[in-house]
Design a protein around this ligand. Sequence first.
Ligand SMILES: Nc1nc2c(ncn2[C@@H]2O[C@H](COP(=O)(O)OP(=O)(O)OP(=O)(O)O)[C@@H](O)[C@H]2O)c(=O)[nH]1
Ligand SMILES: [Mg+2]
Length: 243
Amino acid sequence: MINEKISVIIPSFNESNNIINTLNETKKVFANLGYGYEIIVVDDGSKDGTADLIQKNFDFKSDKIIVAGYSLNLGKGNALKYGIQFAGGDYILFMDADLDLHPKQISKFLETMIVSGADAVIGSKKSKDSNVKYSFKRRLLSNGYYYLIKLLFGLPVRDTQTGFKLFKGEALKKCISKVLIKRYAFDLELLIVLHKNGYKIVECPVEVMQSRSAGRIGFRDVFSVFNDTIKIFNRLYFRKFYD
Ligand SMILES: Nc1nc2c(ncn2[C@@H]2O[C@H](COP(=O)(O)OP(=O)(O)OP(=O)(O)O)[C@@H](O)[C@H]2O)c(=O)[nH]1
Ligand SMILES: [Mg+2]
């Protein structure tokens, strides 16, 4: 048993179809990993009874599950930031609720963190070793976004958006107060704040299963990501907010 703890934060919005299976799989992986752990589900204003379903199916104490949340839907980034205040781990993992990225990948992420000395190891669908089955539409959006980010920020990563990211707890807690975006560009803003403050970020290949038959990301989300990206640009270069 390793004397260190990992806090897994799972942002969840209307995940009643997935959450039980995801929590069972997560429990299984972490119970066998050798680290201490806790699983923090943040219910981001679900309307489908996601939180109740967890209460009915798990014993919080023995299953090491914490359910936090609020009744308004405020966005994935907001849910992650909210969850961090409950996280007592030496390491903090962000993991999506839909099991597109299986928790078993944690071993590879921990190893990468230890070997590279990184403060953040982030899943990357753009890594040449990643195994990704993605629709044409998602690939197009993701490539377009990559070039935009490279142009605007010169951030040393190829993929900011993948829902599996491991941080050193201390680094994340030092940076999170500067991260203001509540929806999808939250990831980008967090990485910029980490990078700006000298923390090391390393990408790690992932294995992706796209479970949802129809992706939930639509054109409204694309517009909002674009809008938030402009805000980050302004905070970085004009207001010097991240310094
Ligand atoms: N779509 C969405 N997801 C949210 C929100 N708040 C938290 N989440 C969680 O954020 C994670 C990622 O959301 P997904 O809808 O799976 O986004 P994605 O993986 O980019 O897209 P999909 O291809 O649809 O799976 C999931 O765990 C969601 O439950 C929200 O307001 N909207
Ligand atoms: Mg997903």
